[in-house]
Write a protein that binds this ligand. Structure first.
Ligand code: ADP
Length: 340
């Protein structure tokens, strides 16, 4: 019986593009601007007479049926707040198809016609699985500080994380300059060097170490020496954490052994995740939240909304997740040119 009902619902989703009730959730690593995206999804839906359900703790809440009805007033006064009012979560269990089926049964029970997933690439893969297995239309809103999702120039949270890291680096530079010091600042980015590159360029670093582009310690030493030769008394290197958070200490030790320079290390860590979203992130989140509803009403079923060349666009989720978004090489060259 459950099988027939599930099949019946699937056929309905395929045939019927009119959406009466949708659910929104935030999942994976939280990012500043997620609240702005929730607010935009809720208010854009209500404007179209679509009911909105908020699912708590991402896929954890979807599996537990932990959800609530959201009204215009539920999202008042959250635009400027970091984190996510819906909470976020990670669920290993959700990787199992039988657990996703339990999640879908909760969606069916609540008569939810579509999903808006705000999160990083893992969360968006979860949304694809829900669409593929149960036919439910899904739209992804890319929300991660890492900016590592193809199909959009920027993800919600990236701009805030860069500005937070930059503020810290500007302070560190004051100390570096006062004491003639070399600093290595470690920023977030397990597989991706977007934060490191942007912070490196905006903060006047000598060198950035990013996961995509192995940089030799010798090259960094050469750049430090180049600066010293023209009378520079302080230098800053930026390292993305990569697969080993704390790698800045290894780099410092390597530089000490090879060149005899003593480097101070500063690991910025989770402060990069929190805080009030910048104006750029609030605008992006507002645009993408609203676009998510628009594309659902157009009948799209498995797409991600994003911005490309300042235009709001959408692309099949699968395309976005199957490509690796690379840091622009010209930004890396510019860091070299401008630190000479
Ligand atoms: P992010 O969305 O920030 O990249 P994760 O990679 O931790 O964060 O993913 C968040 C959650 O999405 C995971 O805990 C898991 O529940 C779900 N998820 C990730 N990958 C998949 C997948 N391939 N299939 C189904 N669900 C997935």
């Amino acid at each position: 019986m459950a099988f027939f009902y599930s099949t019946y619902r699937t056929i309905l989703f395929v045939m019927n593009t009119s959406i009466k009730k949708l659910a929104v959730y935030t999942s994976g690593g939280d990012a500043p601007g997620m609240n702005a995206a929730i607010r935009s999804v809720v208010r854009s839906s209500i404007e179209q007479n679509i009911e909105v359900i908020g699912i708590f703790r991402g896929y954890l809440g979807m599996v537990d049926g932990d959800m609530t009805s959201l009204q215009t007033s539920s999202v008042a006064n959250i635009l400027q707040r970091g984190g996510t009012i819906l909470k976020s979560g990670r669920s290993k269990e959700f990787l199992r198809p039988e657990v996703r089926k339990i999640a879908f049964e909760h969606l069916q029970k609540a008569a939810i016609d579509a999903l808006v997933c705000i999160g990083g690439d893992g969360s968006l893969r979860g949304a694809i699985a829900m669409h593929r297995e149960f036919g439910i239309p899904v739209v992804g809103v890319p929300g991660t500080i890492d900016n590592d999702i193809a199909g959009t120039d920027f993800t919600v949270g990236f701009d805030t994380a860069v500005n937070t890291a930059l503020e810290a680096i500007d302070r560190i530079r004051d100390t570096a300059a006062s004491h003639n010091r070399l600093f290595i600042v470690e920023v977030m980015g397990r597989d991706s060097g977007f934060i490191a590159t942007w912070v490196g360029l905006a903060g006047g670093a000598e060198e950035v170490f990013i996961p995509e582009n192995p940089t030799s310690v010798d090259q960094a030493i050469q750049r430090i020496q180049r600066g010293m030769a023209r009378g520079k008394t302080s230098s800053i290197l930026i390292a993305a954490e990569g697969q080993k958070p704390g790698r800045a200490y290894d780099l410092a030790e390597n530089i000490r052994k090879k060149a005899g320079f003593e480097a101070k290390v500063c690991i910025l860590g989770h402060i990069q995740r929190g805080g009030h979203p910048t104006a750029a992130d609030r605008v992006l989140a507002s645009q993408l939240g609203s676009a998510a509803i628009r594309v659902l009403l157009q009948g799209q079923k498995d797409v991600m909304v994003g911005v490309q060349n300042q235009k709001v666009v959408y692309e099949p989720l699968e395309n976005c997740l199957n490509q690796k978004k690379l840091v622009h090489q010209n930004l890396l060259s510019l860091i070299d040119t401008l630190s000479k």
